[in-house]
Design a protein around this ligand. Structure first.
Ligand SMILES: Cc1cc2nc3c(=O)[nH]c(=O)nc-3n(C[C@H](O)[C@H](O)[C@H](O)COP(=O)(O)OP(=O)(O)OC[C@H]3O[C@@H](n4cnc5c(N)ncnc54)[C@H](O)[C@@H]3O)c2cc1C
Length: 337
């Protein structure tokens, strides 16, 4: 195991702050992963698994071992005339993997084009976009169970997927994903029902869309709406849309009749976090080189802050103002360390 010390994490996460980790290693095999975990346990060091770092914010020095997941490889396990089963290493870049499938006209993942991150985190957060959740195409997830200290293969039904959640999120730090199996289709059922995709296809005069034209539409839409983390530090949407009770919703409606929310069930409403934040006057606000992205207030961007704490302070100020004005608690959508 190649152990590095006092590594600046700036190149390893999309907020690109200069926090330091005491120890750092990369793992490109399952054996190396177990070796790294055992080393951390034997030396009483906490450890943290790092994918592409597009969903995290380091706010202080990490006094432990960062294990960067680099298990790669795309393997065809089965193929018929209509579908195929692929096993993909957790360290593969998600967006590259989707492009690889699109180039071969293998359908299923095209609506999830251009989402930054690694393949291993896709099932953890059940990534979703443009009407598709990745879980729809997952057959099983290969992982190391740190409680049993054993390899496990979790079939889809054991992953308890929900909107942006899964067993991996519900039992944090238990499973380390090493590979994901996907079922893709050679005669894909294309998902064009999402309004924005429909509009782009119409605008471009595409009447018979292909896997590729859907992917291109999604890439076009995402490039217009979200900042490229390689150019401008960010971690996508910083906040989740909060859930409130119907009673709370009725009270808010009296004071703020234009509030943007929709019912989830008889007792619960989901409110658009972006609406709450904009209503508190945060659109395009910048402070200490941190700001809300001009086209999407839910995205906090780093214009040059070196400390993650500056970004955390900015997000805390947003949370506080929403709490003060609406009495609603915003929750972070990203992992803050
Ligand atoms: C511009 C932008 C747009 C985005 N758009 C979307 C979107 O449309 N839909 C969406 O769902 N998400 C979106 N995201 C969020 C992000 O891309 C996803 O959450 C992505 O899956 C994160 O992958 P990662 O490898 O970067 O995870 P990381 O940030 O590296 O890690 C996230 C968490 O997973 C844990 N982890 C990492 N690897 C493993 C592993 N192998 N096993 C177990 N735990 C692990 C980490 O410890 C951490 O807790 C966006 C982000 C950005 C920057």
């Amino acid at each position: 195991m190649k152990l590095q010390q006092n590594i600046i994490l700036k190149p390893y996460h999309s907020f690109a702050c200069e926090e330091i980790t005491r120890f750092f290693t990369t793992v490109s095999t399952k054996e190396a992963l177990v070796e790294a975990i055992d080393w951390a346990n034997e030396n009483n060091q906490p450890y943290f698994i790092l994918g592409s770092g597009t969903n995290i914010l380091f706010t202080q020095q990490f006094n432990g071992l960062v294990i960067k997941m680099e298990i790669t490889g795309i393997q065809k396990l089965q193929e018929t005339s209509s579908e195929l089963l692929l096993e993909v290493g957790a360290g593969e870049n998600w967006s590259h993997f989707v492009s690889y499938c699109v180039q071969k006209s293998w359908g299923g993942l095209e609506n999830l084009s251009l989402i930054p991150g690694s393949v291993g985190v896709a099932p953890i957060q059940n990534i979703s976009a443009y009407g598709v959740e990745v879980s729809e195409h997952i057959i099983c997830v290969e992982a190391f169970d740190t409680i049993k200290h054993a390899w496990v293969s979790l079939p889809k039904q054991d992953c308890t997927f929900g909107y942006r959640t899964s067993v991996f999120k519900k039992e944090p730090n238990r499973y380390i994903v090493t590979a994901v199996q996907f079922k893709l289709s050679k005669q894909p059922f294309l998902r064009t029902d999402y309004g924005a995709i429909k509009a782009v296809l119409h605008e471009k005069g595409i009447r018979n869309p292909s896997v590729e034209s859907i992917a291109n539409a999604v890439i076009y839409l995402r490039s217009k709406q979200l900042p490229d983390p390689k150019k401008l530090g960010n971690a996508g949407h910083f906040f989740n849309n909060p859930m409130i009770t119907t009673t709370q919703y009725d009270q808010l409606m009296v004071q703020f009749p234009s509030i943007m929310a929709y019912p989830i069930d008889d007792h619960t409403y989901k409110i658009a976090a972006g609406w709450l934040i904009e209503a508190c006057g945060w659109k395009s606000v910048t402070k200490d080189q941190v700001g809300c992205y001009k086209d999407q207030v839910l995205v906090i961007v780093n214009y040059g802050a070196t400390k993650g704490k500056t970004i955390l302070d900015f997000s805390d100020a947003i949370t506080q103002s929403v709490q003060d004005k609406f009495g609603v608690l915003l929750e972070s959508a990203i992992h803050i360390l």
